[in-house]
Design a binder for this molecule. Structure first.
Ligand code: AMP
Length: 540
């Protein structure tokens, strides 16, 4: 016997309809590439998304066609999200920080029908256009006054919107239909496409908004620093309209001064981004003696958040850190670190320690750890193994079946090594390919990096395994010092004493001017491993 409830599909258009009807004057504020601050309400965004949906139809974009974007976080990008998915097409956000060859591959693999771009990316588009012949229209996301010259045949976003009526009814769409596409920035092999559905996106938005997740509400002002081309800004452009939160889009200016200025001017309460972004912001705020007067919490994820950063935000600036873990294949949210009632009375040191983990799964994400034979390991906070996940917003296979079935008996292997404790808290030991294998035992590069980052002279630290004749691999610490600070190799190695097991202490330290990052802000360990492949450890 079926239940007798309405069978209404979950749809992305319903999010913007809801925000229009109930939060129509709640603002979306954007710092534009053209240089000004743009502001309007959810009703305006919904009206323009409908105009754009008519424009897409006129351009010949059909249901399931891919609509590419090369764009910063801004209101026009937001409109494209809703116009494309709402009309049955698929919004395909492209990370402009990837190599042009990767972007060419991605655009052709996705078979983008049209491609929208911010003016910043015109030089990139000029390179792509001759190589991506399937793209029927390149649309510059600006007005007539700012349209670039040059040889390319471009359409103007504002003209496109203005020339179409807002008389558009969002079609009823099977909730399992594709709505969004995002390629993983894999460091090896070709990028793989993760294809989100209406259902997965809406369920993820519900999950992300929960009190023990991002705790979003109509009283929040949300500034996603994480780009809309990095797993849909972690779902915030969907979750904010769902709860009616004000949105602030920072555009291309992601330096500390610009972000802090926007936080203060727009009274931002909640933000989200990767650790490297916050390094820049915290340095700026500290050097200027500034405070955060409205920011209540910030989500930090994408790579392990160093405990020193959590403490600076929480103890020095009274900003709550929501340490979160996830991946493109998970839409992306998997876990968020918040306390349970029983933790509130713990001594501060114990609570601080608990916060260093990646947190507990949101309902909708099931996880387990297994050994190399696939046998489940205990949830005791000690055993570590390969982390597997499953749930309604987790990828079941890649777009166009690239690489075959990724699942193992219905579970998605994350490629992360982790512990799970009896309370559900998950702690990432490492990416399985980054873990350092020393004498048959594993050393967590993340733990060593976190320990090094606690040193006051260290701006950023990375640990990689280098070959050792006796132990197979031993850790090498690569350090970027803070400007004007000095610290010796010996002092740094000594700093690890008492902070990690003795046999984990790196064998050597090298100082560098810059630590390389991937297109999504993670430390690019493949590059470091290549750079220091021939590094001879003094212990070798
Ligand atoms: P991406 O698909 O680019 O978002 O990358 C996902 C991967 O980033 C995960 O599998 C983890 O290895 C890493 N990651 C994300 N968040 C965290 C975190 N809070 N701590 C440690 N690693 C993380």
């Amino acid at each position: 016997m079926h239940g007798l409830m309405m069978d209404m599909p979950l749809s992305i258009a319903a999010l913007i309809q809801h925000a229009d009807r109930h939060h129509g004057d709640t603002e979306i504020v954007s710092r534009t590439v053209e240089g000004h601050l743009h502001r309007y309400g959810y009703s305006d965004a919904h009206r323009r998304a409908r105009q754009l949906a008519n424009a897409l139809r006129a351009l010949g974009v059909k249901p399931h066609d891919r609509v590419g974007t090369l764009a910063w976080n801004g209101y026009r990008h937001f409109e494209i999200y809703y116009a494309a998915s709402g009309s049955g097409a698929v919004v395909h956000t492209i990370n402009p920080r990837l190599f042009p060859e990767q972007i060419t591959y991605i655009v052709n693999h996705a078979d983008d029908a049209v491609l929208f771009f911010d003016l910043t990316f015109l030089p990139l588009v000029e390179k792509l256009a001759p190589l991506c012949r399937g793209v029927r229209a390149w649309i510059a996301m600006t007005d007539r006054a700012h349209m670039p010259g040059g040889g390319l045949d471009l359409l103007c976003y504002e003209e496109l919107v203005d020339s179409h009526s807002d008389d558009y009814r969002w079609p009823e769409i099977d909730e399992r239909s594709a709505a969004g596409l995002c390629y993983t920035s894999g460091t090896t092999g070709n990028p793989k496409g993760v294809l989100y559905s209406h259902r997965s996106t809406v369920l993820h938005a519900y999950g992300a908004s929960l009190p023990d997740a991002l705790n979003l509400s109509a009283r929040d002002v949300v500034l996603p620093v994480v780009p809309m081309f990095h797993v849909n800004a972690w779902g915030l452009p969907y979750a904010a309209p769902l709860v009616g939160a004000k949105l602030v889009f920072p555009g291309a200016q992601l330096d500390g001064a610009s972000l802090h200025g926007l936080f203060e001017a727009e009274k931002v309460t909640c933000s989200a981004g990767v650790p490297t972004i916050w390094l820049g912001l915290l340095n700026h705020v500290k050097s200027q003696g500034q405070r955060f007067t409205t920011l209540e919490r910030t989500v930090i994820g994408g790579s392990a958040c160093p405990p020193a950063m959590i403490r600076t935000f929480e103890d020095d600036y009274r900003v709550r850190v929501l340490h979160a873990w996830g991946m493109s294949e998970m839409s992306p949210l998997g876990t968020v670190n918040t306390f349970k009632a029983k933790h509130l009375a713990l001594p501060k040191a114990q609570r601080d320690a608990l916060q260093n983990s990646q947190g507990r799964p949101i309902f909708g994400v099931d996880m387990k750890i297994v050994d190399d034979e696939g046998k489940e390991l205990p949830r005791d906070g000690k055993a570590f193994g390969n982390l597997l996940v499953r749930g309604p917003w987790i990828c079941s296979s890649y777009f166009k079946d690239e690489g075959g079935d990724p699942l193992r008996e219905g579970w998605f292997p994350t490629g992360d090594v982790a512990t799970l404790d009896p309370d559900g808290y998950m702690q990432i030991t490492d990416r399985s390919k980054d873990v350092i294998k020393s004498g048959g035992e594993w050393i967590s590069s993340i733990d060593l990096e976190n320990a090094a980052m606690a040193h006051p002279a260290v701006a950023e630290a990375a640990v990689i395994g280098v070959a050792h004749p006796k132990w197979d691999e031993r850790p090498l610490l690569v350090v970027m010092r803070k400007p004007g600070e000095s610290v010796s190799r010996e002092a740094l190695l000594q700093f690890f004493e008492g902070r990690v097991a003795k046999w984990w202490i790196p064998d050597d330290v090298v100082f560098v001017d810059q630590i390389p990052h991937t297109a999504t802000g993670k430390i690019l360990k493949t590059k470091l491993r290549e750079q220091f492949r021939d590094h001879r450890l003094s212990t070798a």
